[in-house]
Structure formats: C-alpha cells, structure tokens
Write a protein that binds this ligand. Structure first.
Ligand SMILES: *Cc1c(COP(=O)(O)O)cnc(C)c1O
Length: 401
C-alpha cells in the first residue's frame, strides 16, 4: 500500500544529518492517511486515535478539505493582508456566526495566544499588563506563550521568561482573586486543559472567573486551540460550559489539518488591534482559509458534532467497564472527543505497546493516556481501538501475564 519509494530507515538517516533534533520522534515514517487510518513507508496500517495531535479533526486528508485546497492553490496561493481576499471574509464569517465578534488570522496556536496577550494589553489602560494563567496549562512555545504556560519544565534553560504572568492553581477561584491587582489586564485559561492531562473545570469555576473579570474589568481569554471545532460537543468549548469569553484563540483543528490560527474577540475590543500594532504575513492566506471553510462545512453537513458525542459516550462505556476490571485506571476524563485515562502507573509505556499492535495514542502528564480522536471516527474504530488499549492496559497492570 506504500506510495513511498524509500524506507523509514533511509528517511531517518537523512533527518539525523540535516534536521535539528528537537523532537523525540517514533522511528516510523508516515506516508499516507485516510480518515483515522495512516500508513507507514513499509505499508503498515495504524488506527490513529490521536491524529495530528488534534489538528486532524476530520482525520487524515479529508476529501472536501483536500479538494478545497487544490482548487484554491490553482487560483491563488498567497496574497498579503494589504489586499482583500474572498476566502478570508468567508471563513471569518463562518467562525464568527458560530461564535461571536470578529476574527484575526495567524498560523498557529502560540501565535494566536501571543496576539491575544498583546490585544489584552492594548485594550486595557497602560498600567495594566499582567495576565493570570493556570498551573499545568499549555499555551505554546513562543516567548509570551511559553511564559503564560505555568509548567517549570518548559522554562528550564531559557530564563528569564517574559514578565507579567501570574500562575494560579487550576480550579482555585480564591487563588485567582488574590492575584488580581490594579495591574491585571486579564485571565487566560484553556476551558479544558489538554496537554496538562485532560483536566475539566470544576462546577462553577469558569462562571466564577467570568464574574471576577466583570467585577475587576478584566478580559477573560479562552485558549480554545485544542477545544475548538466541535471537539467538546459544541463548536467551541465556551458554549459547552455556558461562559462567554471576551477573547478566544483557535488553532490545531480549525482548518482541518492545514496550518491556521485565529483570534476571535468581541466587537468592542477589535479596534484595539489597530493597524500597525499587529500582523502576520501568512495569516489568513487563501489556502488556509479555503481549508477552514471546507472544515466548517464538513462538520455541519455531515452532522459530525452529534456523531462525535455518540462516539464519546461509546468510549466512556468501554473505559468504565474496563475500570471495573483494572484498578490501575484511576480516573476517566471525557469531554466530547478529549479523552484522558489517569493511571496509577506511568502511562508512557502504553504508547509503544499500542503502536506495536497498530494503534496510535498519546501519553501526557506522566500518568495520563490521552486520545483526541477525529470527529468522524467510526463505531468500529472506537471498538477496535478500545480493545487494543484494553489488552495493553491489562498487560501493564499485570506484567507477569
Ligand atoms: C497545541 C496548543 C497550543 C500551541 O499551539 P501551536 O500551534 O503548537 O503553537 C496552545 N494552546 C493549546 C491549548 C494547545 O493545545
């Protein structure tokens, strides 16, 4: 089935010589994908329940997105933002009519968060510059985004990080209250922490943050880079939790796997990002915009959000049954198509063991098995994936067997 003419080993040798080794990569070269399946250079097929780190919200190379990109690149690949272009207006309308306000486009999650942080400083009085973020959060790797990320391991060796970020324990409203002062501009939070272990907000927590922001005139910013585009059962997670942010950031799945990020902000805030204060050369390019529009249309016309919620319930059933059998499963965390199994033992070995059996998953935060399945994952794929994962967890629970 391989379309590649080179083995994984040959590709790896080339990387060793020419690519900066900042990533831990699996020793496999992927060459082709379709839906939740992906093939390596040797022709092996994998079922991927973590496709593209959440970017492949419709699985690998979704047809309609691929067609939209092909059509667009034949006409116009790039035009700078000194011109109007039809696809950017169309995608902005598609996102904002499903949420609120106005959109700014960039290319990644970190870039969206950088822009949101600048917007928060620009929109508030000059003395206000502090942003409160949360322990175990994740906002990206560029300097402001990594400084907003309250995980010391990401700051090691790059200090001093950018000043102006204050970290509160997740789900601790009183701690947030104590951090607010006359210099606070806003609060930045993932509605569901992804990389930090699939941590959902405690009842009333996001509402409490909204209230604090209203009382103290702060901007509430949701990092929806991972939670956007139907992943939690609504187009955006703020709708799932019924709390309106002033600004939200999008990326990962927003354009069906094509690089794209966005900031959405309330209408009144938008003029603060005035000409000359912020820009992104490739941001909002016609190719990414066409991909984004096709992504929205696919999710809507194929009714994928309700489908994903049915699949989410199916995952939960499988794992609850398994939890009765396996005491190493501590906590099952399911929020739509964000799924975490917190184990009482390290989760990392599960990744390699699943891979040997043709299943791709992720482990995060030491003990959490994490899945970010495509919205269009099928019932058969859910069942097959859970069966493999169950076998692997059984083996890990009792290595003697
Ligand atoms: C992945 C992620 C980011 C960073 O996105 P990049 O596109 O890698 O810059 C930021 N925030 C959240 C919540 C993420 O999951």
């Amino acid at each position: 089935m391989s379309t590649s003419t080179r083995s994984s080993q040959e590709v790896i040798a080339q990387f060793d010589q020419y690519v900066i080794p900042n990533y831990r990569r699996y020793p496999i070269c992927l060459v082709r994908g379709e839906g939740s399946h992906v093939w390596d250079a040797e022709g092996n097929r994998y079922l991927d329940l973590f496709p593209g780190w959440g970017c492949n919200i419709l699985g690998y190379s979704p047809k309609r997105v691929a067609e939209a990109v092909k059509e667009q690149v034949d006409r116009l690949i790039h035009v700078p933002n000194t011109w109007y272009m039809e696809p950017q207006g169309e995608f902005a309308e598609a996102l904002c009519t499903r949420s609120f306000g106005k959109a700014f486009f960039c290319n990644s999650g970190a870039e969206a968060n950088e822009g949101a942080i600048k917007l928060a400083r620009l929109h508030t009085p000059p003395e206000k510059y502090k942003v409160i973020t949360f322990q175990n959060g994740f906002h990206g790797r560029t300097f402001a985004a990594v400084s907003a990320t309250a995980q010391p391991k990401y700051h090691d060796g790059i200090q001093p990080i950018m000043p102006g970020f204050l970290y509160a324990p997740h789900n601790d409203l009183n701690a947030v209250k104590e951090l607010i002062d006359d210099e606070t501009a806003g609060i930045l939070i993932e509605p569901v922490q992804g990389e930090g272990g699939v941590n959902t907000p405690a009842d009333g927590f996001l509402q409490g943050l909204r209230q604090l922001c209203d009382e103290h005139n702060l901007l509430l910013m949701f990092d929806e880079v991972q939670t956007c585009m139907g992943r939690t059962g609504n187009w955006f997670a703020y709708q799932t939790f019924g709390v309106q942010p002033d600004i939200m950031t999008l990326a990962k799945g927003v354009a069906g796997g094509v690089a794209c990020g966005a900031i959405i902000c309330r209408d009144e805030i938008a003029p603060s990002l005035r000409p000359g204060m912020h820009a992104s050369t490739f941001g909002g390019n016609p190719m990414a915009m066409a991909a984004g529009l096709a992504t929205v249309q696919t999710i809507e016309e194929e009714d994928l959000i309700p489908h994903a919620m049915r699949m989410s319930a199916r995952f939960r059933q499988h794992f609850e049954k398994l939890k009765e059998e396996l005491p190493i499963i501590g906590e099952i965390r399911v929020c739509g198509m964000m799924i975490g199994l917190d184990l009482t033992i390290p989760a990392t070995p599960a990744v390699g063991k699943c891979m040997e059996r043709g299943l791709l998953i992720n482990a995060t935060h030491d003990t959490v098995v994490r899945l970010l399945p495509a919205l269009n994952v099928t019932e058969e794929q859910v069942d097959a994936g859970c069966a493999i994962l169950a076998d692997v967890l059984r083996e890990m629970a009792d290595p003697a067997v």
